[in-house]
Design a protein around this ligand. Structure first.
Ligand SMILES: [Cu+2]
Length: 130
């Protein structure tokens, strides 16, 4: 007799479990689909007492380069050539970076853009925009 009670209890537990499982939504709400991406890649170039790091980078057009002065003296980012800085004038808008400061520039057009630190003209770098 007790065996039948056990079976009934077991079936009841199964039925209740089935009910709660069945009443749950079968799938969680789907994650929202990402909207059209407006992200812009920002490439970091550190300025240390050893120069620009990385010294040469390759990016895609429309990407942003951010220089961060990690040294404890002033540095600049200026277009080649020294001292006229005429090769790519937009680079001269970056110009002076005090210790800890960072500045960015977007590169909309493919090409190779050489720059240097006007205060330390042995420090130079290059950006290739594809
Ligand atoms: Cu210069």
């Amino acid at each position: 007799m007790s065996r039948y009670i056990l079976i009934i209890v077991a079936l009841t537990v199964l039925a209740i479990g089935w009910y709660f499982l069945g009443s749950r939504p079968s799938q969680p709400n789907p994650a929202p689909t990402p909207t059209q991406s407006t992200e812009v890649w920002e490439i970091l170039v550190a300025i240390t007492n050893k120069g620009f790091n990385p010294k040469e980078i390759t990016i895609k057009s429309g990407e942003v380069v951010t220089w961060v002065n990690e040294d404890n003296i002033n540095h600049t980012v200026n277009s080649s050539g020294h001292p006229t800085h005429l090769a790519y004038p937009p680079l001269n808008t970056v110009d002076l970076l005090k210790p800890g400061e960072k500045k960015s520039l977007i590169f909309p057009d493919p090409g190779t853009y050489d720059y240097h630190d006007h205060l330390n003209p042995t420090m130079f770098g290059s950006i290739t925009v594809q």
